[in-house]
Ligand binder design. Structure first.
Ligand code: MLT
Length: 323
């Protein structure tokens, strides 16, 4: 009887103890990318996962869970077990803007544990090739001359490309007709095919199509030109001074996960960012590495809260009605 009681007590204690970091990870890790395969979020995470799996000694799988500007995928991660095996990939759109655009059913700060800030990039104003404009002023004049609002591809309300579109409308006074996709990968396919007029997109998603001449670039939303594409002017130079936007990405875990697991995942991501081959692949897409002092979990949390404070008023002033 005493032996049976001890066995039950021991079993209960074993269940009560959270997954320990020294056994983490003991199986594959899934990173939920809340946008379609082939887009900038998907591309960045797959490049990083290739290296992180070697550091962690377990497969790092990318699962695309799309819809509602990325909030469906983030919600899946938020409601997963806080055991380090389901990771949320996101960015300024999903982990900041979505909170002003949707009634999420979760709290972007209280329900998520920041892990690491990932690379960032400016947005880029790109259009289909057969528009009679070569410069941003000519493009804006063409948009103004159209009888109806021109079509702008996005990854859904609250996505980075949608927020960039709202910002574009605010600084130009022009109206856009948004066309939502499950990511800017599919949106880019339609832009190349001439089905939509423009995207204010992540540079990393558009730069190779610009280089191939299949779409046209007018400016990047930064104060300085891209080292990887110095021929593209900045918005300051091209006639929209001050139209600056940096889209940063990051990794989060559900709240309640142990600090040791956060630190283990953070270390694997930082090691990937420092790997020369990984760094070159990302930089060639116009992505900028996070500064050394911005790579702690706390730094991502501080940035996320500051960006919520910065962007929510603009989003709400744009008239977007929370869904
Ligand atoms: C966005 O516009 O939020 C992202 O670029 C979408 C994506 O990564 O596909």
């Amino acid at each position: 009887m005493r032996r049976a009681l001890c066995a039950v007590l021991f079993a209960c204690l074993a269940l009560a103890v959270p997954a320990r970091a020294d056994t983490y990870p003991s199986r594959a890790i899934t990173v939920i990318v809340p946008f379609a395969a082939g887009g900038p979020s998907d591309a960045m995470m797959r490049i990083l996962a290739e290296h992180m799996k070697r550091t962690l000694g377990q497969p790092v799988l990318v699962e695309n869970v799309t819809g509602a500007g990325g909030s469906i995928g983030v919600g899946r991660a938020v409601r997963s077990k806080p055991d380090g095996y389901t990771v949320s990939f996101g960015h300024l759109g999903t982990h900041v803007a979505n909170g002003a655009v949707y009634r999420l059913g979760y709290d972007l700060d209280a329900d998520l544990e920041p892990v690491v800030l990932l690379p960032s990039n400016p947005m880029i104003i790109v259009s289909r090739n057969n528009i009679p404009a070569k410069t941003l002023p000519e493009f804006l004049a063409w948009v103004t001359s159209q009888p109806n609002p021109v079509s702008a591809g996005t990854a859904g309300n609250g996505s980075g490309s949608h927020i960039a579109g709202l910002y574009f409308e605010q600084v130009t006074g022009l109206k856009l007709q948004y066309v939502p996709y499950r990511g800017t990968g599919p949106a880019m396919n339609d832009l190349v095919a001439g089905q939509i007029d423009l995207i204010v997109d992540q540079t990393s998603n558009a730069i190779n199509q610009v280089r191939a001449g299949t779409i046209r670039a007018y400016a990047v939303t930064d104060a300085k030109r891209l080292d990887s594409a110095p021929e593209i002017p900045t918005t300051d130079e091209a006639g929209l001074p001050g139209f600056h936007m940096t889209l940063w990405s990051g990794l989060w875990l559900p709240k309640g996960v142990s600090k040791e697991i956060v630190d283990t995942l953070n270390a694997a991501a930082v090691a990937a960012l420092d790997e020369p081959d990984v760094k070159n692949q990302l930089k060639n897409l116009g992505l900028q590495m996070p500064a050394a002092d911005q790579r702690s979990p706390a730094a991502l949390g501080t940035l996320q809260r500051a960006e919520i404070h910065k962007w929510w008023p603009m989003i709400r002033a744009s008239g977007v009605v929370p869904e």
